[in-house]
Ligand binder design. Structure first.
Ligand code: ATP
Length: 305
């Protein structure tokens, strides 16, 4: 248990958003899931989850997108607390407050981030003694993106995306994220991918060696040439207006633009902080997005603060 937990009886965990620098999607499996080769990069936009002892499990949420966040047991933070409590035979008597800064339903794994953060916060509050491996196992049960939110940094996810291998990064990468109005449902985007690829030969997903080399070198120009997202066509098909956002960012000087995960957030890789601020201002002025956020990567995973 941390010092702050002992003094105040509460634990706060900070957790980053993610961008997929590569998202390779295989054909739908018989169970409906898709095999993925998913290169995750944690980016410095953060939610904070605070766990406080309470009579029963309750959730509150603050932040600009708070109204879109469910406050019942479907919230991934609640599910994480329940999963941990059940495994260790603990009463899930905890209040979770989510200070939300990660765009909701934006393809940046905000819900997954809150799941990982709540798990770590409750683990510290209840002193379960769970190993890192046990926590990662619970994360994988909660969702494909949750284990990465716990570890952060950069990693290759295979299987449904939940089997993680850390990936080397040789420097700081600068990003701008254009947040769209309204979300896109991840299952609906995968459904559109299935529709668009029906009858075609979908290759086995594999990480691109050139992309891994670019991450290791820390060279944004090399990384820009290798970014890819197999869900981009599906996201654009469902939300054609994203094409104008992508164009506005590249016109303003981004090295590369892509849909973040299942969208509708779009991600722009830029060479330096000055360009990041110029691209963010141009995106905001273009009227093609709700807001633009500047962030750096890689960022650390879920951390008790
Ligand atoms: P991913 O990138 O992992 O596909 P996402 O970033 O597109 O996810 P989320 O912000 O995780 O999307 O939210 C998707 C949906 O999950 C929301 O519309 C909401 O109904 C539900 N949800 C459950 N728990 C949370 C949470 N803690 N924060 C936000 N949304 C949550």
């Amino acid at each position: 248990m941390t010092e702050s937990a002992t003094v105040t009886g509460s634990v706060t965990v900070r957790v980053p958003a993610k961008v997929n620098v590569q998202l390779a999607v295989g054909a739908a499996r018989p169970d409906g899931f898709h095999d993925l080769a998913n290169v995750f990069l944690a980016v410095g936009l953060y939610d904070e989850v605070t766990a406080v002892p309470a009579d029963e499990l309750t959730i509150t949420c603050s932040g600009p997108d708070a109204a879109q966040v469910p406050l019942d047991r479907s919230n991934l933070a609640a599910r994480a607390a329940l999963a941990l409590a059940e495994r260790y035979g603990i009463e899930p008597a905890v209040h979770l407050h989510i200070a939300k800064d990660i765009p909701v339903a934006g393809g940046m794994a905000g819900g997954s981030a809150d799941g990982a953060a709540a798990l770590l916060a409750c683990d510290a509050l209840w002193s379960t003694g769970a190993s890192r491996e046990e926590l990662l196992e619970i994360c994988a049960e909660l969702g494909s993106d949750v284990p990465f939110s716990l570890i952060g940094g950069a990693a290759l996810g295979t299987g449904r995306g939940e089997l993680l291998t850390p990936v080397e990064t040789g420097g700081t990468f600068h990003w701008v994220f254009a947040v769209a109005d309204g979300g896109l449902s991840t299952p609906v985007v995968f459904g559109e991918f299935d529709r668009l690829t029906a009858g075609t030969d979908v290759p086995e997903p594999a990480a691109a060696p050139a992309l891994l080399d670019a991450l290791a070198s820390g060279d944004p120009v090399a990384l820009a040439k290798t970014l890819s997202n197999d869900l981009q066509a599906a996201a654009l098909s469902l939300r054609p207006s994203l094409a104008a956002t992508l164009a506005a960012g590249t016109d303003a000087g981004a090295l590369a633009a892509l849909v973040s995960g299942s969208g509708p957030t779009t991600a722009f890789l830029v060479p330096d902080p000055e360009t990041a601020h110029r691209v963010a201002a141009a995106l905001t002025a273009s009227g093609t997005c709700r807001t633009a956020r500047v962030a750096v990567s890689p960022a650390p995973g879920a951390t008790v603060v």
